[in-house]
Design a protein around this ligand. Structure first.
Ligand code: 4AD
Ligand code: MG
Length: 429
């Protein structure tokens, strides 16, 4: 007998097949019972009739518990009118009878669910989120691969900081100190001088003491870096990139978005070009909304929400005060106070999903910025080499995968966007 996946069940109407999976749920009434099976590719209702099923199998209704592992065989049937399928069960092979399952239909607190994350992932909603996450990862890779970007992975252990020293995780490294990377960017810049267009995609780490719905201590970042690229071109790529990801998810993950009750019309309405405003204009929007905002500061979460609510599409805020951005950003040749950075803010309060910049390509100005930031010049010697040997204008950005998953799935908190979240208060499971 053929072992089939539930997602392909429609191809086997009238045939006897085998499903390998778990018991998701069970409803019984007298001479008939309805188990729902789950195999990771979908859910399938079984029908167990006295007479049609083997006697021993029919009696299993009092033995099978939620999440017991089973191999089921029976005939695939189609609903006479609807696109629905069921399995006329003949035989169930019990692989293991599950102990009483801790997650039931009743409401559980988030802390309880997060403590049982390894089991919570089996629920319909969590499966839907993981599938959207997978789709986005695939879209990210395809976008860059189709445009001839070369994937250049960056190291996780680093000797120095990329995004400021305040959020570094330290670790002992054979008698010296190493840090977990905050961003692969500096290495991506070396790659851009090799291939022109490159990207890194991997976990990044921030020892941020923020307990917000947007912060993880370990998150995945994709970072393209492009030689002979300025800030405007960088924003063009970011815009195309977001449109590409949205297109893929809307084309392939409708079912999952429906499970998540995502209002897809909001995503469908998003079009290029995205609004592009300067930091100056962002400050004006804030002041008009009654925020007493001081020029020079970074935007806080509520500031981002106010600005995001102003637009239906992601908004790009560019040209920031130098002091609130990282040392590597190129100063604006038209205004010495500004850096050529860009933040992309998602709509509906999801906040910053992309941070990027044109990089300082002048050796002396870069050295000056490193000193201003109190960083040790020695640590950046290799990076400064990139300005000594064939320096060119270049730019790139980093997109936080989990923030994008949260936005597209419309989730309250990034902890549900990654299989096993790491936050300030959580290292388990
Ligand atoms: O704005 P950030 O700090 O930019 C960089 O790291 C640059 N070096 C990227 C580059 O130009 N190559 O971080 C980029 C993005 C943010 O916009 C956000 O989406 C995400 O990474 N991010 C986080 N996501 C989850 N939890 C956190 N603690 C995050 N910190 C940043
Ligand atoms: Mg940022």
């Amino acid at each position: 007998m053929k072992i089939v996946k539930i997602k392909n069940i429609a191809e086997f109407v009238g045939e006897e097949v085998k499903i390998q999976g778990w018991l998701h749920n069970l409803r019984a009434s007298g001479k008939i019972w309805f188990p729902i099976f789950r195999d990771g590719t979908g859910l399938l209702q079984g029908v167990v009739f006295k007479g049609e099923a083997e006697d021993e199998t029919f009696e299993m209704k009092n033995v099978l518990t939620q999440e017991s592992s089973v191999i089921v065989s029976g005939e695939v049937r189609k609903h006479p009118k609807k696109e629905e399928y069921e399995l006329g069960v003949k035989h169930i092979e019990i692989v293991q009878i599950a102990e009483e399952y801790p997650i039931s239909k009743k409401e559980h607190g988030v802390d309880f669910l997060m403590n049982n994350r390894h089991l919570w992932l089996r629920s319909k909603r969590q499966m839907a989120i993981m599938k959207v996450r997978h789709e986005i990862i695939k879209a990210i890779r395809d976008f860059f691969d189709e445009r001839d970007f070369v994937l250049m992975d960056s190291p996780m252990f680093t000797p120095n900081a990329c995004e400021g020293t305040s959020t570094l995780f330290e670790t002992e490294y054979f008698g010296r100190m190493a840090y977990l990377t905050q961003s692969g960017q500096l290495y991506a810049e070396a790659g851009a001088m090799v291939f022109g267009d490159v990207y890194t995609f991997g976990p990044t780490f921030r020892a941020e003491k923020s307990k917000t719905r947007r912060h993880l201590t370990e998150f995945w970042m994709v970072e393209p870096e492009m030689a002979y690229c300025d800030l405007d071109q960088d924003m063009d790529v970011a815009e195309d990139f977001i449109m590409f990801i949205l297109g893929r998810v809307l084309a392939n993950r409708r079912e999952e978005l429906a499970i998540l009750e995502r209002d897809v019309s909001k995503l469908e309405k998003i079009r290029k070009p995205f609004p592009r405003i300067t930091y100056e204009e962002a400050v004006e929007i804030l002041r008009k909304n009654g925020v007493d905002f001081q020029w020079g500061g970074d935007l806080g979460a509520t500031d981002e929400t106010i600005i995001g609510e102003h637009f239906d599409a992601p908004v790009m805020i560019h040209r920031w005060p130098r002091e609130c951005k990282a040392f590597y950003m190129k100063r604006d040749p038209k205004d010495d106070r500004l850096a050529l950075g860009v933040d992309v803010i998602a709509p509906d309060g999801f906040g910053e999903i992309i941070g990027g910049a044109q990089r300082e390509d002048d050796l002396d100005l870069l050295l000056k910025r490193i000193k201003e930031e109190g960083l040790d010049e020695k640590d950046f010697d290799w990076y400064l080499d990139l300005r000594r040997y064939g320096s060119v204008p270049h730019a790139g950005f980093g997109m936080g995968l989990e923030r994008v998953v949260a936005w597209i799935c419309n989730l309250d908190h990034v902890r549900e966007t990654i299989p096993f979240a790491r936050t300030m208060g959580r290292l388990e499971p």
